[in-house]
Every structure is written in C-alpha cells, then in structure tokens.
Design a binder for this molecule. Structure first.
Ligand SMILES: NC(=O)C1=CN([C@@H]2O[C@H](COP(=O)(O)OP(=O)(O)OC[C@H]3O[C@@H](n4cnc5c(N)ncnc54)[C@H](OP(=O)(O)O)[C@@H]3O)[C@@H](O)[C@H]2O)C=CC1
Ligand SMILES: CC(C)(CO)C(=O)C(=O)O
Length: 304
C-alpha cells in the first residue's frame, strides 16, 4: 500500500479533504490537531455538496501521540494559531516528509521554517466547508486550489499535486503562490473582521454599498503593504475578489464569527494583525490604522 497522506485537523476542511482523497483511492489518516490520547478509530464521514449525491467514506481518526514517525505527505488543516505548538510536536515525527499548509493567512509557515522543515508547501484554498453535525460537513468547491513551494529540498511540487489532486477538491501547481496568498489574506482580513463586528453573513459586501466602501478602505491599506513587499496586486482586483467571494458565500458566516460565537480563539493574528506586523517592518505602521483597529476590535470581541 502507498504511504499514507496524514491530514492534521479533524475540522471542516480536514473532513472534506479526507473523504475526497479516500474516494480517489488514497490511503488517508486524520490526526487530531490538538493533543489527545484517545485510541485510533474508524469513522464514517459524510460530505454534503449542494445538488450532488452525498459523499461518504470510512476514515481512520487517530492522534499524533499514537505515531512516532509519519512517513508520507502531511497536510495541515488546523487553525493557524496552533502552528507554533504543532511545528514542535511534528519536528521529531516528520523526518523529511513534505508538509502542505492549507490554512488562511500570512506567515503561517514561519513556525515550520524556524523549526527546520525543509519541504514546505502552501495552498490557497478556494472552497467553503462547514461542520454541520459530528462527522458531517456541508462543502462547496469554488475553484481549483493552487499549491506552491515555500521551501523545498527534494520532492517536487508536481509529486505533491499528483498525490493530493482529486475530483472533489482539485489542486494545481502554482509558481507565483505568494501573490495569491496575499490576495486571499487581504480578502480574509476584510471578511474575518468586518462581518463578525457587524454580526452579519459574507453576502454583506455585494448587498450594501457602504459595507463595500469600508472593505475598500481596508483593501487599500493592505494592498499598499503588499506593493511595498513587491507583491503586484491592485485595489481593484482584490475588491473584485471580495465581491466574488461575497456572492459565492452569501448567507454563510465567516469562520471568525463562528469562532467568536463558539467562544474559540480566532485567526485574526495571522490576518489583519500580521499585515500590521509586516507594515511595521517597512515603517508603514501609520498606513494601516484601520486594519489594526478592526483587528484589535476582533481581539476584544473574541476575548482571546
Ligand atoms: N472552512 C473553510 O471553508 C475554509 C477554511 N480555510 C482555512 O482552513 C483552516 C481550517 O479551517 P476549518 O477546517 O474550517 O476549521 P475548523 O475549526 O472546522 O477545524 C480546525 C481544526 O483545527 C484544530 N485545532 C483547533 N485548535 C487547535 C490548536 N490550538 N492546535 C492544533 N489544532 C487545533 C481542531 O482539530 P482537532 O479537532 O483535530 O483537534 C479543529 O478541528 C483554517 O486556517 C481556515 O482559515 C480556508 C478556506 C476555506
Ligand atoms: C472567505 C472564505 C469563506 C472563502 O472560502 C474563507 O476563506 C473562509 O471560510 O475562511
């Protein structure tokens, strides 16, 4: 049997990906992201796609504590605030396994670089997936998700794509991943701050011109930082992307709002607040005041 694909994180993305890969004939194991001493088990996971027959597959759910060594691609679908701890935990188990980060945000790969991982890939996920019951997610693919290289000393990007690409959650190789990461991170800095503060769904920007105007102010600040880093993005193209996401996820609550509602930490540190940190290194702090304020308000609202 081929080496397993280890999916770390038993959440909305991890479950959808595990079922998609299993149905493509892959050997998949989900490992819980948080420390857990439970024994391994097999669970039937269901993925509901609008207008399509229900997908389901039996998936092994296990914990990192039960594995001394991971010989296979490791795919991270956990929340980004756990990365420092996970990089430490995975350090002794991962050997030279490639690690693929499927998380939103900027700088999420940093803990893995600092811990000495040599083969790191980042994906920008164009899907929406929400847990609706234990072992069941509502899932919608939006576009093919690009994966690019962050650090690579051996296996090629194409091997990773070959292992992960599938009919339900398709992936493609991307050689300019940094620009796409920034574009999505700026879009998320809009959705993940404004929507929770207004306690409203993602459709607000296509419904309400004044909300879109507010989004544009954040986009303008963040694009300024991106451009100063040499990332060639324009305010218009990021605004277009926000409008498109707003249309496609109308009625849906952004993860940060779900996190606040469920009394969980949020990923705002790797969104608005990370862009502010990058701005500081460029002496541009004064240019990201609104991005900072929204990030700090999210911190206050979430209590973490
Ligand atoms: N859902 C979506 O539509 C999209 C999500 N993303 C991104 O994908 C990533 C995963 O999102 P999603 O699956 O929705 O999130 P969920 O909240 O559904 O699941 C995330 C998983 O993270 C794990 N986790 C929570 N806290 C920690 C921690 N401190 N340390 C390690 N692991 C932890 C938990 O795993 P466990 O239960 O195994 O312990 C949890 O199941 C995020 O970065 C998100 O921004 C990007 C695009 C779309
Ligand atoms: C903006 C959105 C909804 C796009 O998939 C997303 O990234 C998320 O749910 O975290």
């Amino acid at each position: 049997m081929e080496n397993p694909i280890y999916i770390i994180g038993y959440g909305a993305v991890g479950m959808a990906l595990a079922v998609a890969l299993k149905l493509a004939g892959k050997n998949v194991i989900i490992l819980r992201g948080r420390p857990d001493n439970s024994p391994g088990r097999v669970e039937n996971i269901q993925v509901a796609i609008p207008g399509k027959p229900l997908l389901e597959a039996k998936i092994e759910i296990n914990t990192l504590n039960n594995f001394e060594q991971l010989d296979g691609i490791i795919v991270l679908t956990t929340k980004s605030y756990g990365n420092k701890q996970l990089a430490q935990t995975l350090k002794s188990k991962a050997g030279n396994s490639p690690i693929v980060l499927l998380q939103n945000g900027l700088g999420v790969e940093q803990p893995f670089i600092e811990t000495g991982f040599t083969e790191i890939y980042r994906c920008v996920l164009f899907i929406t997936s929400v847990v609706i019951a234990p072992g069941k997610v509502n899932y919608k693919p939006v576009a093919v998700s690009p994966i690019g290289v962050v650090a690579n000393k051996s296996t090629s990007l194409n091997n990773v794509i070959e292992a992960l690409d599938n009919a339900y959650l398709p992936f493609k190789a991307e050689y300019e991943i940094e620009t796409i990461i920034w574009k999505k991170a700026i879009a998320n800095s809009v959705f993940n701050s404004i929507c929770p503060l207004l306690n409203i769904d993602n459709g607000i920007f296509k419904r309400d011109a004044s909300a879109l105007l507010m989004a544009k102010r954040i986009i303008t600040e963040c694009v300024g930082v991106a451009q100063a880093k040499g990332i060639m993005l324009t305010v218009d193209e990021v605004t277009e992307s926000v409008l498109q996401i707003s249309k496609l996820s109308d009625g849906q609550l952004i993860s940060t709002l779900q996190d606040i509602n469920n009394n969980r930490p949020t990923e705002i540190d790797t969104l608005n607040l990370q862009i502010v940190e990058i701005a500081k290194t460029l002496n541009m702090e004064i240019a990201v005041q609104q991005t900072l304020l929204l990030g700090e308000l999210i911190k206050l609202k979430s209590g973490f």
